[in-house]
Design a protein around this ligand. Structure first.
Ligand code: NAD
Ligand code: LMR
Length: 341
């Protein structure tokens, strides 16, 4: 009775389980700005992601504490904290995915572009290090103004000879998260099933939610409802900035959105089929706008395909026309900064 041998079916079940666990590839994810308002909850959410085997937390200060704290959570990844310039290389070495929420957030009355002067330099120096230490990593850019920081990153990588347009993403997932929430509330559809593509960029009118393509379809929404939903999505960031009254911008919903997008990137890298998310990437779908957010199919090398816009309502066509000027100017501002400084 002491010699208990498992039945063949039980042991093959065990084997199958351990095969599944071990077959997940090793993936190192680095978060730059990990001690910040977004960085800390994002570190927590990435620690909960079973696709991550190594979690590298970098900031100019405060990372030892965040790393020690998060490292006690009993999930797969090994956590390490890195602090200051001289540890940045180690933090990045071997990373498959780098998420960047480093930089200053808005205060009431500011636009995202008002952050340019400080954040452009931060992004430039971090991307210079990425080009040196993990040139093949996917980069998820959260730092604002995203419409300019993505072109800055691209120019830094081009200068370093490491640019791969398939691997650079501006994170616009929070716009999608908001559009889904607001749409579900108004259309009275289950929020967990709601889907709304958001295209364009990530600032004010450059954020263009396509409610005409929202699912589940709703016949309850008037034109005024669509205008109000569009405006609320475009102003979602400002709604949070004002509610926080000087204490920063969205951090918790952003950490959630950042974790959703990072998970999609990791699934793509791991070969999971049909992973599609909206993101601000190098694009040819709108003439004159070399970067544009739209649905993107993610694969083993990052962007597998930039998907087209699909049919737009007249209101959305107008929105697309109105955003072009601002988005183009923000892209050009980023390119100019990176090429001239
Ligand atoms: P925060 O000030 O709370 O945190 C920023 C962190 O970046 C700080 O811990 C700071 O020490 C760190 N940092 C500064 N310089 C750095 C450097 N050179 N290297 C590494 N870390 C550095 O700000 P937050 O609320 O976390 O917001 C961060 C950024 O994310 C802001 O630019 C904000 O506008 C942007 N943001 C973007 C979205 C989006 O949808 N893409 C949403 C919310 C916020
Ligand atoms: C957001 O959309 O919440 C972020 O871009 C932060 C901001 O400044 O609004």
């Amino acid at each position: 009775a002491l010699r208990r041998v498992s039945s063949p079916s039980a042991s093959s079940h065990l084997l199958r389980r351990s095969y599944c666990v071990e077959s997940k590839p090793e993936r190192k994810v680095a978060v730059l700005g990990a001690a910040g308002g977004i960085g800390q909850p994002l570190a927590l959410l990435m620690k909960l992601n079973p696709l991550v085997s190594s979690l590298s937390l970098y900031d100019i200060a405060g990372t030892p504490g965040v790393a020690a704290d998060v490292s006690h959570i009993n999930t797969r990844s090994q956590v390490a904290g890195y602090m200051g310039d001289d540890q940045l290389g180690q933090a990045l070495e071997g990373a498959d995915l780098v998420i960047i929420p480093a930089g200053v957030p808005r205060k009431p009355g500011m636009t995202r572009d008002d952050l340019f002067n400080i954040n452009a330099g931060i992004v430039k120096s971090l991307c210079t290090a990425i080009a040196k230490y993990c040139p093949n990593a996917l980069v998820n850019m959260i730092s604002n103004p995203v419409n300019s920081t993505v072109p800055i990153a691209a120019e830094v990588f081009k200068k370093a000879g490491t640019y791969d347009e398939k691997k650079l993403f501006g994170v616009t997932t929070l716009d999608v998260v908001r559009a889904k929430t607001f749409y579900a509330g108004k259309a009275k559809v289950p929020v967990a099933e709601a889907n709304v593509p958001v295209v364009g960029g990530h600032a004010g009118i450059t954020i263009l939610p396509l409610f005409s393509q929202a699912t589940p379809k709703s016949n309850n929404l008037s034109d005024e409802d669509i205008v109000a939903l569009t405006k609320r999505t475009q102003d979602g960031g400002t709604e949070v900035v004002e509610a926080k009254a000087g204490k920063g911008s969205a951090t918790l919903s952003m950490a959630y959105a950042g974790a959703v997008f990072a998970d999609a990137c990791l699934k793509g890298l791991n070969g999971v089929p049909d992973v599609v998310e909206c993101s601000f990437v190098q694009s040819t779908i709108v003439p004159d706008l070399p970067y544009f957010a739209s649905k993107v199919k993610l694969g083993k090398n990052g962007v597998e395909e930039v998907l087209g816009l699909g049919p737009l309502s007249d209101y959305e066509k107008q929105g697309l026309e109105s955003l072009k000027h601002e988005l183009k100017a923000s892209i050009e501002k980023g390119i100019k900064f990176a090429t001239q400084s």
